[in-house]
Design a protein around this ligand. Sequence first.
Ligand code: AMP
Length: 224
Amino acid sequence: MQTPFRALLLGAPGAGKGTQAARLTSKLGFTVLSSGDLLRQAISAGTEDGLAAQSYVRGGQLVPDALVGRLVLAQTEKSLLSKGKEISRWALDGFPRSISQAESLESFLATKKAPLDAVFNLDVPHSVLVQRIEDRWVHAPSGRTYNLSFNPPKTPGKDDVTGEPLSKREDDNVEVYKERLKTYRKLTELLIEYYTAKGILVNFKGETSDEIWPQILSYVQSRT
Ligand code: AMP
């Protein structure tokens, strides 16, 4: 049996959370739940939550805590912590993004007796982030991300696994990105201190996902 490991992925928009999530999944058997993917799925399915979230996501602002918390915690309970079928290695990507979200996650996990083992902070210099956003393309149905500079698809414009067309995320443009980065600095960055104080923050520094991944890999291997 695998040693259980529960983690969060923290980092500015464009820091490579989705890329590291994909590697945690394929190389280390993690199940990763992304709040951004959950919201985008709800938006494209036209659910009530999706309709309520749409304008925030488009404008690069945080979706209200109550809405995103309900969506993410319900899915965490259902797909990661369901009784008798708990997933042993998992990570959340993009949630929490504020202290109040972190507190609601903490009390939820306490009720499930499933405390976090680590919070991975992807520390990428802000100067390289904007360029990465401009180069980012996604396969919307799966959430797989590509970067034209250092992680291009095998066939231009096509997803490696399905061959389906790639697209730009609506919020991946410079104006909206600036808004997302502002929000990140005001609210999400506070989580670095919050989890440092709890003794579970691990910092991984680098300019590209390929520099950061080996650090994550050896860290998880050393802990499991
Ligand atoms: P992401 O895919 O993580 O970059 O998220 C895309 C967008 O979804 C963000 O810019 C927010 O509008 C929204 N979002 C994702 N996660 C959260 C969260 N934890 N709290 C509030 N809004 C979120």
